[in-house]
Each structure stands twice: as structure tokens, then as C-alpha cells.
Design a binder for this molecule. Structure first.
Ligand SMILES: [Zn+2]
Length: 213
């Protein structure tokens, strides 16, 4: 029996190092533009909304809902065989409409994942690298509270609900109302082209979890 292959590691750059450093302390931080105050993810050298270059990293709640996901049954990337079947998802964070993060869904059977499912960031140790962010289902007792997300990977998954029980709309709106630190907008900010491309390619054929470069 061959030894399990090591999973590929993220390769932090000067641009993404603050993101990974925060992960090592169990915090999810997202780039935010000092000019227009919009969050930007994945990290960029310039704001895709206003082209400003004053971008810093700020902690976020880690909460959001599943926009879309896919289940990988036959991993083609070395090191993921022991995970299969596993799910990866685009998650819209509550801080801003269209603010999408990518990660695995942990602590939940893959057939228990639903579009619109409330989730929170959790950190999984990648051997040889350190904590990397994934998402876990948000328990019913956590959805109404304001307590910050706790980094733990195991949790019972809520039973699959009927489509009418929780669509993608209400969880997102509830989360947006919780923020309260930016002016409400009648329409979401435009989604940068590069994020739309990534979302499309991830939904169509994602072989393994992708991380910021
Ligand atoms: Zn900006």
C-alpha cells in the first residue's frame, strides 16, 4: 500500500500572506478597499470596483450561505483521495452582496448540503502547511445569535429541508441586515469579471479546493 500523497499547499505571496497569517490564528480576514469600503476577494493589487490601491485586510464574521457547490467523487489531484466524496462550495459572505469565498464543506454529509445553507468558516489543518479555511453548517442555535463563528470542523448537519424551508434569499438578507456598518444599497455592487469567471469554472469542473494563490 502506497503512503498517502501529500496535498498541494497554497503558495502565499506578499499579496496573500496576510490572509494566510490570519488563518494561522483562526481568523478569516478579507481585503477591503479604503476608498470605497468594499470587500475584495480574492486579494488584488487594486480595487476592482474603484481602482484604488489602498487595500488592507479586515476580519470578517466568516458567516455566509452556500451559493453553489459540487461534490467530487473521483479526485484527480494527488492527496485528495482520502477525502472523497467531498464537497467544495462558493459561499457568499454576509458582509457584502457578491462577496464570495471558496472552500470545502466540512462536518456535513455531502448529501446534506443545500443551496442557501447557512455556513460559518472553520479551519482545517493541512499537514505541512497549517490551518486553511473551510466552511461548516451553521447550527440552528447559532443562526439567530451574534456570537462569532467558532473554529470546529465536526457538527451534525441539519436534515435536508424542503425547498420552501430555506431558500437562498432569506438567509442572505438576514445576514446583510446584521452588518449595519455600511450604507444599504438597492442593488448589489457589480461583480468583477475575474470573479464571475472563477465562479463559472468552479461550478462546471472543480477537481479540488482552490485557494488564493
Ligand atoms: Zn474601492
Amino acid at each position: 500500500m502506497n503512503a498517502p500523497q501529500e496535498r498541494p499547499h497554497p503558495a502565499p505571496t506578499p499579496l496573500t500572506e496576510p490572509y494566510w497569517s490570519a488563518c494561522r490564528t483562526g481568523r478569516l480576514v478579507i481585503q477591503r478597499c479604503a476608498g470605497c469600503r468594499r470587500y475584495v476577494h480574492f486579494p488584488e493589487p487594486a480595487c476592482p470596483f474603484c481602482r484604488g490601491t489602498a487595500l488592507g485586510f479586515e476580519p470578517v464574521s466568516g458567516r455566509g450561505h452556500v451559493l453553489t457547490y459540487t461534490v467530487i467523487h473521483r479526485p484527480f489531484v494527488p492527496g485528495f483521495a482520502d477525502l472523497a466524496p467531498y464537497a467544495v462550495a462558493w459561499v457568499e459572505l454576509v458582509e457584502q452582496p457578491g462577496l464570495r469565498a471558496f472552500g470545502g464543506i466540512r462536518g456535513c454529509p455531502t448529501d446534506g448540503i443545500t443551496i442557501g445553507m447557512p455556513v460559518a468558516a472553520t479551519f482545517t489543518d493541512l499537514p505541512g502547511f497549517g490551518p486553511i479555511p473551510d466552511f461548516r453548517p451553521l447550527g440552528p442555535e447559532e443562526r439567530d445569535g451574534r456570537s462569532p463563528a467558532t473554529p470546529r470542523a465536526t457538527r451534525s448537519c441539519p436534515a435536508r429541508a424542503a425547498p420552501d424551508d430555506h431558500g437562498p434569499v432569506e438567509p442572505r438578507r438576514a445576514g446583510v441586515r446584521d452588518v449595519g456598518e455600511r450604507p444599504r444599497e438597492s442593488t448589489p455592487p457589480p461583480q468583477p469579471e475575474h470573479i464571475r469567471r472563477r465562479a463559472t469554472s468552479a461550478a462546471e469542473s472543480t477537481p479540488a479546493p482552490r485557494r488564493p494563490p
